[in-house]
Ligand binder design. Structure first.
Ligand code: NAD
Length: 444
């Protein structure tokens, strides 16, 4: 029997056996920093999956600790001549199934525990999606909005220079995340290529089309959110109302694609505020407003709303697409959506998850719901490695196929074994990685 045959004795994994390796992860008491909280949540989810799969303690320990973590100091010269130093990170959580893959985040509160948690989620996400990658994540503790474009370019290039020994098209392939975009990816590709002495498009994904980007990558995460939401929705899209938290790369297009599918998007928020219109927002007009004004704030055809109110709105579908740890034990009892589709990574704490499950709320977990981004990143990388490009339709068909296959595997296991969708998704992702470890054996 292999690990992913799933032991038949276990069903439902929400018991209270303490995690022997990380006791705090067994009782995630919402620890100090958001990053520590995210890491405790990731370890809690892993501990649940390990128990369900019957993994031994040694294998659990290997999966709970990152393969490599690099912390770098990034000196940056500001426009006025001052020099500042910011911290940067790259964590490769697991490499057992292929090169490491994961985005780079520019955000002031980014720290090593947060990047470690995000890298761990990437490992399970790639395994669940059936793509041949391990998991990684990177981050720099800067506020990109407070830097000029030239300062941002200098930060990016110096950070890449510091993590250069780790990355490469066959080793570790970054991508965009919060606060980074295709321009950032172009600078990464250029810095790496300048050091290599030739162009290496496959070192990074989410690139501009002109540098080997893939058709469909910009909207891929959001398209995946749409696919997952429509699969999980128990009513026709025309009868469903939606609220979206976060109006960046993932949230804005998730709102658009859900509206395109017939849903009524009634509220969205970004870091500056939230807007609501019960009869339905014109998402295209709102995107145009946000592109010009820099935020949804001030959009005329809607009323203002608070951040908290958006999460607690009476809607059918809630799409958190901003940061982690936003649905917690304190606001979960007031969440009225019946379906949560996690565009963001780690938006729901384990305690909130338990409250939502008990209240009958369906949560499509991050490692499934937002896997569209890494799936099309993989397709971009395959095109780069072949020096070839596919049509938008070819990319869309492959994305839809991989997303649907993953969704159905999770839904079936959840049904068969009385697991939440998150528990089932982790059981499959963790199981595939554990199996790869067992097949490869331990060197030396
Ligand atoms: P982004 O930087 O493009 O957008 C983030 C958005 O969140 C912005 O609109 C910002 O204003 C908003 N925001 C920040 N704090 C907020 C708050 N308190 N309330 C409401 N909105 C707030 O980032 P992104 O790439 O869209 O990533 C969003 C989430 O999706 C992250 O969790 C990221 O890890 C995850 N994700 C991104 C991708 C991708 O391809 N970009 C793929 C998978 C998962």
């Amino acid at each position: 029997m292999t690990i992913t045959d799933f032991p038949t004795t276990a069903s439902g994994v929400r018991d209270e056996v303490p995690d022997p390796l990380f006791p705090a992860a067994s009782h995630p008491a919402e620890p100090a920093s958001p990053g520590e909280q995210a890491l405790a949540a990731a370890r809690f989810q892993l501990a649940e999956a390990s128990r369900f799969l019957g993994l031994d303690e040694g294998l659990h320990l290997m999966l709970a600790t990152p393969r490599r973590s690099l912390t770098v100091s990034v000196p940056v010269r500001r426009e006025d001549g001052r020099m500042e130093v910011v911290q940067g990170y790259r964590v490769q959580h697991n490499l057992s199934r292929g090169p490491a893959k994961g985005g780079i985040r520019f955000h002031p509160s980014t720290d090593l525990p947060e990047v470690t948690a995000l890298a761990m989620w990437m490992t399970w996400k790639c395994a669940l999606a059936g793509i041949p990658y391990g998991g990684a994540k990177g981050g720099v503790a800067v506020d990109p909005g407070a830097l000029t474009t030239r300062e941002l370019e200098r930060v990016t290039r110096r950070y890449v220079n510091e993590i250069l020994p780790l990355i490469g098209p066959e080793k570790d392939i970054p991508a965009p995340d919060v606060g980074t975009d295709e321009q950032t990816m172009a600078w990464i590709m250029d810095t790496y290529s300048a050091n290599a002495g030739y162009s290496v498009p496959g070192v990074v994904t989410g690139k501009p089309m002109t540098l080997g980007g893939s058709l469909g990558r910009a909207g891929a995460t959001s398209r995946g959110v749409q696919i997952a939401a429509l699969q999980a929705l128990s009513r026709s899209p025309e009868d469903a109302t939606v609220a979206v938290q976060g109006f960046g790369k993932v949230g804005a297009l998730a709102a658009q694609y859900l509206a395109d599918a017939g849903c009524r998007v009634v509220a969205v928020s970004d870091a500056t505020g939230a807007v609501v219109r019960r009869t339905g927002l014109d998402v295209a007009a709102l995107r145009a407003h946000a592109a010009e004004a820099g935020s949804v704030y001030g959009y005329r055809d809607a009323d203002a709303l608070s951040h908290d109110e958006l999460l607690e709105m009476d809607v059918d579908v809630l799409v958190p697409a901003a940061l982690e740890g936003v649905i917690t034990a304190s606001n979960a009892p007031r969440v009225r959506a019946r379906l949560i589709v996690e565009g963001a990574n780690g938006p729901t704490t384990p305690e909130a998850d338990r409250i939502l499950t008990e209240a009958g709320v369906t949560v499509v977990p991050d490692i499934l719901a937002n896997a569209g981004g890494v799936i099309v990143s993989y397709l971009e990388w395959v095109q780069n490695m072949q020096a070839y490009s596919w049509s938008a339709n070819e990319v869309e068909v492959k994305l839809r196929d991989l997303m649907t296959t993953a969704f159905q595997a999770v839904a079936s296991l959840s049904e068969e074994r009385d697991l939440t969708l998150r528990q089932a998704a982790h059981a499959i992702g963790v199981g595939r990685v554990a199996e790869a470890h067992q097949m490869r054996g331990l060197y030396p």
